[in-house]
Design a protein around this ligand. Sequence first.
Ligand code: FMN
Length: 246
Amino acid sequence: MPNDITRLLQSHRSIRKYTEDSIPDNILKNILSCAQWAPSSHNVQAYSVIIVRNTKVKEQLSEICKSQKWVIECPIFLVFCADYYRLKLTTDMYSTNFEIDEVENLLVGAVDTALAAENVLIAARSYGLGGVFMGGIRNDLDTVIKLLNIPKYVVPLFGMCLGYPADIPWQKPRLPGGAVIHNETYKIDQLLFELEGYEQISADYYNRRTNGRKTIGWTKQMAKYVSEPRNQKLKKSIIKQGIQLK
Ligand SMILES: Cc1cc2nc3c(=O)[nH]c(=O)nc-3n(C[C@H](O)[C@H](O)[C@H](O)COP(=O)(O)O)c2cc1C
């Protein structure tokens, strides 16, 4: 049986156009408090959120995101970071080792951060706001780190534009459930069939949404997406922040 929460989740779409309305402080505060109620691996709570309102800073962040203009146009831009700086302070307090060099540490921080961020987006939507995640900030982490005065052991992972929707786009069709949900064991037999069906559905969606400018569907887009390296500077920036990725 659908309920208010499942209906909210199933009506998701990323919002990239906003009205001029600002987000009241008490609403923003309540939304951000929801970030803190996300579950957390080992309760490390290894994330931080930086609220950016300053237009000049948003302009620079937008540039890093290859000029995605919604970064400037949204009233609030949030930067979500995996954060081990507080844990460093705990080791200083008790003079213990600080061992965060494994890939595991980055994964723990990234999962914690993503859970907190999705809570924020859902809470925002419950107030009639909309938003979009912005992975584009990873195009130049070093500059983001400098711009926002981010200390060592903290890695900005993605941003989020938030605001009141000025335009509600069509919902982007998802993979068929059969390609994503497996019963008991992972089933590969049906996958090609499911993907062929999704290629048609998604190509049709892009074709209609772009008035024929984009006609390829999800499988063709994804084959291209994984056909080349994405961000070869990233590892260096993360290591510079103090996680060696061993
Ligand atoms: C971690 C993450 C990073 C994203 N980065 C961007 C981005 O840089 N720019 C953008 O316009 N959308 C970005 N998106 C939004 C996705 O493109 C979007 O969620 C996806 O295409 C599905 O569309 P929908 O959210 O409207 O259903 C990002 C989403 C996630 C989860």
